[in-house]
Structures are given as structure tokens and as C-alpha cells.
Design a protein around this ligand. Structure first.
Ligand code: G16
Length: 582
């Protein structure tokens, strides 16, 4: 039987503008008639024809609620739009970094290679019938579509009149590995279901020295804990940490992927990764007994990571700086040196200091992993990271949660290679404190005000921009609030000119820069699905080694006070406290 192609009439649906990383909305929005279809067709229409007709596309994600239905719909639309093959991870599961690896590395049973992917995830947002779903398109370099493409997709969603679908194509069993072939009007169409982990595991083994990490993990002095928060990282954790590296199964927490992430919020931070935080001896409800030496967590699609030591939190901004400082001697992939390093604008300047010391190329880009891709493709950047718990390298074009854990384990293995039999190992905390002694410390915190009224959030931002035109007025407010905070010497909205393609991205965050190097940054999140989330980033540099050991919330309290006063946070939003502090 030859499947048919139907042309379905449709109308534009409001609000399909991709955010920082794809389109994220409540499931109830996505399941409206034509909603997903319009976005997928608008994406096909935004690509050049050869990236669709005859192409191989990956369609998978973090396994959240509605993924299985979405995979069947996208497969039927792919067939109708002339795609030659669809690749699906078993059970529809592929982490975001694994998708990137699959696009870049995988060769299909018939020698084919993928030219793009629909990734089905809303990342760290909760899942389930009343929660979030998401979709984004990644390009043939394995990275998220650049703004030129996402803008085109959005424009297409505003004018769409029709989409194409092969309704009579049977649903494919995505639980079993294998190839299903179908006859279409233009020839054969295949769906290949493959093991979700093997390509990714192979890539990790080519980057890191698994033998040295195995030795570390097998040391009786070393204890380890990994929390996948019921996200897709669970599909990789057992294979890598237990089967390849010899960790105990009991060191894995919440490693069974679930459609609703067990009812939790799969966001690896000190607020939402409660069980891990308690086990690591942090927070109010610490578990009984001695915490593990090392702990880490991932988000829903496993591109984010949180790194913890025993009773110790590593800020993501410090984490990328420490990985960059230690990469060459600890990680075989980097043994020839780093091409350069990059961070997003709101991320602390800890990486800048490392780049300066090591004489490395350095780039500051807007928030959004897509901005790192061009630098990596041009051979300008090896390691990059963001304050939002994202860390990665040019091995793929997405941030990579498990990669970050393996990078930290490699650094620990390297620092401890002579003393695995000793009484005390060099710990995560030792490494961070030593780093601060060498490079100084960037005290850093982020306040998130989630689900604020969107109008109020916009007004607050507009007010902060307006205030920037009068620094004397700003400094009056600062002085009236605290005498121990230095003065604001510059204030602007961050604008980025991509050094590779010259494209310009404006309005990428409101900055207040102080004389002593401290910074306040205000941004609206681009990843929420309801209302607005205001992010306030606060940073202060301390070079004096005798002053790098303070509690960070204490050290930053004066700047926090200034930030709240400057922004009239309570006045605009009615909030007396942030939803999350990291
Ligand atoms: C995405 C992007 C990141 C960004 C993060 C937070 O991550 O890929 O580059 O830092 O969103 O963005 P925002 O501050 O706009 O919410 P993920 O893990 O959500 O895909």
C-alpha cells in the first residue's frame, strides 16, 4: 500500500514565537487542533528544500508527556513533506546533547546521516498533562537553529494556510529497535528506531579517560551520587556511571525517566533538586550520615548540570571557569590546548580571569546556547558555559550535563591520581577554594521571580532602561541605600555582534556596572510558558585571598539591597521575595 499525502487547511495560531530555546507552552496549548502541525510545517517551510526533501531527520526528546503522540505526528508530517528517513531514539528518548551527537556522529544502517532534528522538550520545566511541552529544531551542525531561522519559523506561523500529513501511515512502534519501511508517492520512507545511548556513550569514551575515572570511583574513599530528577539523563546514567565506570547502582537517584518527572520540577538547582541537596549535606533537611564526596544532577533533557561537593555548592559560573583552567591536563580531548572560551553575558566573569591568565581567546555572548555554535564552528572556542547550569564544549553544539559531570570527575581523578590510597582525597571544595586563591572569587547569585504578571515585568524593564540615561540619579539611589557599595560607572543594554557572521542581537539584558567591577543584570527569561520570569543576576569580584571564604548571600547582601531598590521590584511586581535563589 502506498501512503497518501493530505493537504490540510489551517489558520495562523497566535503565540508561536520560539523563545531562548524553542517553543515551550502548556500541554493543553500544544494539543489544540493544528497547533503542533502549524509549527512543524512552518519549520519545514523555513528550511531550504534539500534539508527536507530526501533528508534524514532525528525526532526524539526527553520523554515528557505528549512526546509519544508528537513523534507520530511529526513522522507523518515528515513523510508527507518528502523526508526520506526519520530516526527515533528507543521509546522516543534522546537527551538534547545526545541528539546533537547523533546529528554529528551517527551513520545509519544504510550509510545515511541526519541533517537536522526536532527535539521534543521543555527542558527544566515540569511535565505532565497540566504542565509543559516544547519543541525546537536543531541544524546540521547539531546546534539549535540560529535566530535567522527561528525568526523565519515565527513569520511562517503568522501566515500559514496549509500543512501536509500522511494520516494513513501506521503508527510506528518506537519501543523496539529496528527499521520500518513504507512506500510513499515519491518512493520509500523509513523510520529507524535505535538505542538512545550508544552513540553518546561512544563519544564520551573518545573524550575522557574512562580508566582514570573508573579508578577514582573504585577508591573506597570516593563516594558518588547522581540525580536525573526522572529526566532523560537516567537513560544514560546507568550505562555510563554504573556499567562503564563501576559506580554502585545505589548512587543513582531518580534515574528512571518519567513522563511527568515524578511530579517534580526537573531543574537541577538548590531549590528543586531537594533529595540530592539533602543527601549532599546541604540545605535545612540534610540526610543522616556522611554525605558523598561528589554529587550532580541533570534537568529534564540532560543538557544542564549542577555540581556539588560534600556540603558544598559549585556555582555554574565557577564550574566552567574551573573546567577551563584544568581541562588541558585532565581531559584527553583538550590535551593540545583550548582554542578559546566563552560565556553568556549574565554568567560571572570567573571565566574571563582564567582566559586572561592562560592567554586564551575569550567571548561574551547573549543568553542562549545557539550563540556559542558559530564560535565553535569557526574553531574559536573549545569550552563554554552559562550561569543557568549549562556547561559544554565543542564536542557537540549543545550544552551537555553528563559531559560536565565527567569533566569534574576527570579533574578529581587527575588531582587525586597520586593519592587514591591516602586518608583524604582532594575534594570538590578543595579544588574550588584553591581556584579562588589563584584567580580570586566572583561572588554570585541569581534571583528569579517566576510567573510575574507579564505587563508588570515589562514596565519594570522599561523603567530600568529609562533610568540608565541618568547615572547621577542612579548613584543617588545607590548612595541612599548603602554607603558600602561602589558607584555605578556604566549602564547599558547588552548588544552582541556575532564575530563570525556579523549578525547583531539587541536588547540582551540590562546591565548596571559598578566601579569595583560588580554587576547587576536584569533580564526576562525566554524559557517560561506562562506569565514572565524576571531574572536578577548579582556579582562581585574579590581578589584578596583572605576574603574569598565568605558566605555568598552575606557578601552580596548590600548589592542585593541596591538591586531591589533600583528596580522597585516590590512596587512593580508585588513580590517581597524571589521564587528561587541560586
Ligand atoms: C536554555 C538555553 C540556555 C539559556 C537557558 C535560560 O536552556 O539553551 O542557553 O541559558 O535557556 O534561558 P532564560 O534565562 O531565557 O530562561 P534550556 O536548558 O532551558 O534549554
Amino acid at each position: 500500500m502506498v501512503f497518501k499525502v493530505s493537504r490540510v487547511e489551517t489558520k495562523p495560531i497566535d503565540g508561536q514565537k520560539p523563545g531562548t530555546s524553542g517553543l515551550r507552552k502548556k500541554v493543553k496549548v500544544f494539543i489544540q487542533p493544528h497547533y503542533l502541525h502549524n509549527f512543524v510545517q512552518s519549520t519545514f517551510n523555513a528550511l531550504t528544500p534539500e534539508k527536507v526533501r530526501g533528508a534524514t531527520l532525528v525526532v526524539s526528546g526527553d520523554g515528557r508527556y505528549y512526546s509519544k503522540d508528537a513523534i507520530q505526528i511529526i513522522t507523518k508530517m515528515s513523510a508527507a513533506n518528502g523526508v526520506r528517513r526519520v530516526w527515533v531514539g528507543q521509546n522516543g528518548l534522546l537527551s538534547t546533547p545526545a541528539v546533537s551527537a547523533v546529528i554529528r556522529e551517527r551513520v545509519g544502517v544504510d550509510g545515511s546521516r541526519a541533517s537536522g532534528a526536532f527535539i521534543l522538550t521543555a527542558s527544566h520545566n515540569p511535565g505532565g498533562p497540566n504542565e509543559d511541552f516544547g519543541i525546537k529544531y536543531n541544524m546540521e551542525n547539531g546546534g539549535p537553529a540560529p535566530e535567522g531561522i527561528t525568526d523565519k519559523i515565527y513569520e511562517n506561523t503568522k501566515t500559514i494556510k496549509e500543512y501536509f500529513i500522511s494520516e494513513d501511515l501506521p503508527d510506528v512502534d518506537i519501543s523496539a529497535v529496528g527499521v520500518s519501511s513504507f512506500a510513499g508517492p515519491e518512493g520509500q520512507f523509513d523510520v529507524e528506531v535505535f538505542d538512545s545511548a550508544s552513540d553518546y556513550v561512544k563519544l564520551m569514551k573518545s573524550i575522557f579517560d574512562f580508566e582514570s575515572i573508573r579508578k577514582l570511583i573504585s577508591s573506597p574513599k570516593f563516594t558518588f551520587c547522581y540525580d536525573a530528577l526522572h529526566g532523560v539523563a537516567g537513560a544514560y546514567a546507568k550505562r555510563i556511571f554504573v556499567e562503564e565506570l563501576g559506580a554502585q547502582e545505589s548512587s543513582l537517584l531518580n534515574c528512571t525517566p518519567k513522563e511527568d518527572f515524578g511530579g517534580g520540577h526537573p531543574d537541577p538547582n538548590l531549590t528543586y533538586a531537594k533529595e540530592l541537596v539533602a543527601r549532599m549535606g546541604l540545605g535545612k533537611s540534610s540526610s543522616q550520615g556522611e554525605p558523598p564526596e561528589f554529587g550532580a544532577a541533570a534537568d529534564g533533557d540532560a543538557d544542564r548540570n549542577m555540581i556539588l561537593g560534600k556540603r558544598f555548592f559549585v556555582t555554574p559560573s565557577d564550574s566552567v571557569a574551573i573546567i577551563a583552567a584544568n581541562a588541558v591536563e585532565s581531559i584527553p580531548y583538550f590535551s593540545d590546548g583550548l582554542k578559546g572560551v566563552a560565556r553568556s553575558m549574565p554568567t560571572s566573569a570567573a571565566l574571563d580571569v582564567v582566559a586572561k591568565h592562560l592567554n586564551l581567546k575569550f567571548f561574551e555572548v547573549p543568553t542562549g546556547w545557539k550563540f556559542f555554535g558559530n564560535l565553535m564552528d569557526a574553531g574559536l572556542c573549545s569550552v563554554c558555559g552559562e550561569e543557568s547550569f549549562g556547561t559544554g564544549s565543542d564536542h557537540i553544539r549543545e550544552k551537555d550535563g553528563i559531559w560536565a559531570v565527567l569533566a569534574w570527575l576527570s579533574i578529581l581523578a587527575h588531582k587525586n591520581k597520586e593519592n587514591l590510597g591516602e586518608e583524604k582525597l582532594v575534594s570538590v571544595e578543595d579544588i574550588v577554594r584553591q581556584h579562588w586563591t589563584t584567580y580570586g572569587r566572583h561572588y554570585y547569585t541569581r534571583y528569579d521571580y517566576e510567573n510575574v504578571d507579564a505587563g508588570a515585568a515589562k514596565e519594570l524593564m522599561a523603567y530600568l532602561v529609562k533610568l540608565q540615561s541618568s547615572l547621577p540619579e542612579v548613584n543617588e539611589i545607590v548612595k541612599g541605600t548603602r554607603s558600602d557599595v561602589s558607584k555605578v560607572v556604566n549602564a547599558d543594554e547588552f548588544e552582541y555582534k556575532d564575530p563570525v557572521d556579523g549578525s547583531i542581537s539587541k536588547h540582551q539584558g540590562i546591565r548596571y556596572l559598578f566601579e569595583d567591577g560588580s554587576r547587576l543584570v536584569f533580564r526576562l527569561s525566554g524559557t517560561g510558558s506562562e506569565g514572565a520570569t524576571i531574572r536578577l543576576y548579582i556579582e562581585q569580584y574579590e581578589k584578596d585571598p583572605s576574603k574569598t571564604g565568605r558566605d555568598s548571600q552575606d557578601a552580596l547582601a548590600p548589592l542585593v539591597e541596591v538591586a531591589l531598590k533600583l528596580s522597585k521590584m516590590q512596587e512593580f511586581t508585588g513580590r517581597t521575595a524571589p521564587t528561587v535563589i541560586t
